[in-house]
Design a protein around this ligand. Structure first.
Ligand code: ADP
Ligand code: MG
Length: 249
């Protein structure tokens, strides 16, 4: 804590280990994220990227180690999970919008249920964030009536409606047709430029170069390498990183 009683770090993971049954999927993860920092997390399929970020808002339990989010320690049995989730927004590969609710209702639901916002407040904030992602004119449509890129922008707006201090993205563009990737990345770049803390699992290296303060490479449950985009792409120090980059670049 500093003198203003604000935690210095947005996220602090100390020697985190996690198993699924006999399979160890996170091995001694140490990761410290500053407030306002933007991290891109990459690595082969199955290396533990989703598990790592799901542990941060306690969608998964860890068996060893400690995770602090905005100064709140996540307990082993889910203690403080609700407290932490209040500060953390998450956007998934598959959008996960509620299909039976309109775009506007998708953005109002959690505000009403969790924040106990009035209808007027919830609607006002929803419209403000839908405008921010340039989709306000679709507010009365249902998710199935929108393109994938539009749905993902709604999912981002929905997360922003909860005033998160940290945004986690798990391959937000990998389910999109190529022509829709840019509109979602542009939305995320604009969010990053506003200074929110962000961890993004993605292989979009143009995005990484544009906004990442650090690029982190994971393989088989471990953080292998971490560096600025320039260092990471220009001069990776590990053979496994080089092999991975040669496949995606
Ligand atoms: P990534 O996101 O890097 O592709 P994941 O974090 O999804 O990797 O998965 C890491 C490893 O954990 C993989 O071997 C995967 O098969 C396994 N795994 C993921 N979720 C579960 C689960 N719920 N139960 C058992 N094994 C899982
Ligand atoms: Mg994944």
């Amino acid at each position: 804590m500093n003198e203003n009683n604000v935690p210095e770090k947005a996220i602090e993971m100390v020697d985190v280990n996690k198993w699924y049954g006999p399979l160890q999927v996170l091995k001694g993860i140490n990761l410290s994220v500053d407030r306002g920092e933007h991290i891109v997390l990459c690595g082969p399929s199955g290396s533990g990227k989703s598990t790592l970020i799901r542990c941060i808002n306690h969608l998964e339990e860890i068996q060893q180690g400690a995770i602090n989010v905005n100064g709140t320690r996540l307990g082993h049995k889910g203690a403080n999970a609700d407290h932490v989730r209040r500060d953390v927004g998450m956007v998934f590969q598959q959008f996960n919008l509620f299909p039976h609710l309109t775009v506007l209702e998708n953005c109002m639901l959690a505000q009403r249920r969790v924040r106990k916002a009035s209808v007027a407040e919830a609607r006002e904030k929803a419209m403000r964030h839908l405008q921010r992602v340039h989709i306000a004119e679709q507010a009365s449509k249902y998710p199935a009536q929108l393109s994938g890129g539009q749905q993902q922008r709604v999912a981002i707006a929905r997360a922003l409606c909860m005033d998160p201090k940290i945004m986690l993205f798990d391959e937000p563009t990998s389910a999109l047709d190529p022509e829709m990737v840019k509109e979602v990345l542009d939305t995320m770049i604009s969010l990053a430029n506003d200074g929110i803390t962000m961890i993004c699992v993605t292989h979009e290296m143009g995005f990484a170069r544009a906004v990442a303060h650090r690029v982190i490479f994971m393989d088989r449950g471990e953080i292998i390498e971490s560096g600025t985009p320039e260092a990471f792409f220009g001069n990776p120090s590990h053979e496994r990183t080089r092999a991975f980059l040669s496949q995606i670049l």
